[in-house]
Design a protein around this ligand. Structure first.
Ligand code: HEC
Ligand code: HEC
Ligand code: HEC
Ligand code: HEC
Length: 174
């Protein structure tokens, strides 16, 4: 390869790594922030609807007698509430590069499915779906659920997306 080509490649590599570093890493803000704007009955109270699902209790579940049984079955010693093997599916943002602001006790909260909120939660951004998506908002599909509802789950039950999504959605009142 010619020196000129090499130099060009080096510049390109610099450009690519530079642009990756410059890309915003969205941070988790916690469910309390989302609830500020998403708990009014008039708009559907997504916060309240979420609280009534198993997702809100997923961290607590890890302290149950069943959790100890599960841990024993998979050969895990110690407290399931402290085990990365369990936290990865029973909490939000655990272990990821974006885990700053991680609050285990909130369980599987909004940002698990909708993406870390630091760059979309301001009112001016949230009012526009386009801006929100650009800021990291995700409108979840089956693939998002299957990150946890899969056979790595020691208590796996058949996952039927169409049935399951009906049990956990929180439509706005139209
Ligand atoms: C400052 C108020 C505010 C905060 C904080 C906020 N939202 Fe919103 N959000 C809104 C508004 C306003 C809309 C537009 C729809 C509406 O009027 O209810 C919206 C819409 C949404 C939508 C639907 C988007 C669409 O296009 O259908 C989702 C999902 C959502 N928010 C999730 C979240 C999550 C998750 C958090 C926390 C990380 C959050 N929001 C924090 C005000 C807020
Ligand atoms: C981060 C992992 C994770 C993701 C992502 C996830 N779930 Fe779950 N889900 C769980 C865990 C853990 C439980 C068990 C909660 C408990 O009972 O402690 C659960 C329970 C459920 C249940 C049982 C009903 C209930 O209220 O207890 C349904 C239905 C469900 N999830 C549907 C979904 C759907 C649909 C999606 C995608 C839109 C999804 N889940 C995404 C981890 C996840
Ligand atoms: C791959 C994701 C995943 C991992 C890893 C995981 N869980 Fe779960 N867990 C789930 C989901 C999803 C459910 C809800 C059951 C379902 O719908 O499949 C659940 C349910 C449970 C339940 C409720 C029992 C039941 O039958 O509903 C207990 C207890 C539990 N998990 C404990 C643990 C423990 C302890 C660990 C670590 C050793 C662990 N889980 C690791 C995803 C996971
Ligand atoms: C287990 C995954 C999951 C969790 C956790 C979750 N959502 Fe959602 N959310 C969904 C799905 C799925 C939809 C429907 C997506 C669609 O219509 O494309 C949705 C839709 C929404 C919408 C739009 C409703 C409408 O009818 O326009 C809002 C607003 C919203 N979520 C806010 C929240 C807030 C706030 C939280 C936390 C308190 C939360 N979500 C937690 C999966 C989740």
């Amino acid at each position: 390869m010619s020196a000129k080509k090499l130099a060009l490649l080096a510049v390109m590599a610099l450009f690519v790594s530079g642009s990756v570093a410059a890309e915003a890493v969205h941070k988790y803000v916690g469910v309390k922030k989302c609830s500020m704007c998403h708990k009014s009955e008039a708009k559907g109270n997504q916060f309240g609807q979420w609280q009534s699902t198993g997702h809100a209790k997923a961290y607590g579940t890890l302290a149950s007698p069943e959790a100890l049984e599960t841990a024993k079955r998979v050969g895990l010693a110690g407290d399931p509430q402290k085990a990365p093997e369990c936290l990865k599916c029973h909490t939000t943002g655990y272990g990821g590069e974006q885990a700053e602001g991680f609050i285990a006790s909130e369980g599987v909260q909004c940002e698990t499915c909708h993406g870390a909120g630091s760059d979309y939660l301001s009112l001016s951004v949230m009012k526009s779906r386009e801006k929100s998506i650009a800021g990291g908002l995700i409108m979840p599909t089956k693939e998002v659920c299957e990150k946890c509802h899969n056979k790595d789950n020691p208590n796996y039950k058949e996952f039927n997306y169409d049935e399951a999504v009906k049990k956990i959605t929180h439509p706005a009142k139209k």
